[in-house]
Design a protein around this ligand. Sequence first.
Ligand code: 5RP
Length: 229
Amino acid sequence: MSDADDQKRAAGEAAAALVEAGMVVGLGTGSTAAWFIRALAGRGLDVTCVCTSRVTGELAASLGLKLAGLGETGDIDLTVDGADEIGPGLSLIKGGGGALLREKLVWEASRRCVVIADAAKHVKKLGKFPLPIEVVAFGHATTALRICDALVESGLGVAPRLRTRDGEPVRTDGGNFIYDAACGAIEEPAALAAALKSVTGVVDHGLFLDLADQALIGAADGGVTTLEP
Ligand code: 5RP
């Protein structure tokens, strides 16, 4: 197992220890979230889980976790999810795995959100990881031009790239497309988030601001560092 995987596993297991019997738990998407899900299932607690993607739902079901859809339970007590970057104040870039919309819906419905990651994800400034932007498929190339304008107005002269696999656009669980914007350094994440949300055709973006309550970050020495906003 690589160092990064060890760190993801340590963070996932630390997060699983936060879960109590009877909780409604939001399950994130990605390799780090998968470590959390496996550790949670291993605890054998009676919990109800709300998933942020089909892939996560399949993993959780295969491990025997009880599942419910978003809105079918009371409040979600705790959501645990990975991130592509963790910046100042626990601002995040998410969506590398393409699940950003369902993730944000579940995060926003949660009383508490904990982000888990390996140490390389912790950065001084957001933006090295290309920012995922989910758009409706209809007219997506036109929407991409409007996104370009929003990026330029935010001081970021970058062209977003349509995410493809085997030459075809990647579809999210909701059937949308994703554009990735290699921003470089995002000086004002809140302003950029607002500018992107104002573009018709943009469903959502991977900036998760003021949503994470805590970060658990696996360290090179095998420990886990806790960060608060
Ligand atoms: C999926 C996500 C993931 O949490 C993010 O991409 C991190 O993935 P990993 O834990 O595999 O590094 O936002 O949409």
